[in-house]
Design a protein around this ligand. Structure first.
Ligand SMILES: [Ca+2]
Length: 115
């Protein structure tokens, strides 16, 4: 149990508002921060994946417009194909990691139910 000064940032952890931060309240606060950080990280990953997907699609769509000459496509083709494959790799890695995490979470949940 700790009584904190009024301007202490850990006052957010005082859930019942009694001015005293208990170990239990600190643990809950820490868990909340960890969940919030994980959520933000997942949002960021999703944004990166969507950006990869849309940029590859836009790249291919722009390449198919009549504004890009065939000579330019020939010049950009090696860079473009490497870039598209790299982006697909990023997306595949994200999907694979997501599936792996879900499987692990399920097995953890099963383990928790058995106890
Ligand atoms: Ca409290």
């Amino acid at each position: 149990m700790k009584r904190l000064s009024k301007d202490n940032p850990l006052n957010q952890a005082d859930l019942d508002g009694d001015g005293i931060v208990t170990t239990e309240e600190l643990d809950k606060h820490e868990r909340f921060i960890k969940i919030d950080n994980a959520n933000r990280k997942e949002d960021q990953s999703r944004f990166m994946i969507l950006f990869s997907l849309f940029s590859v699609t836009a790249f291919i769509a722009i390449m198919l417009t009549p504004f890009i000459s065939v000579e330019r496509i020939t010049v950009l083709q090696p860079i473009g194909s490497t870039w598209v494959i790299a982006n697909m790799g990023i997306i595949a890695t994200f999907l694979g990691a997501n599936a792996y995490t879900k499987i692990r979470e399920k097995s953890f949940d099963k383990g928790a139910e058995e106890k």
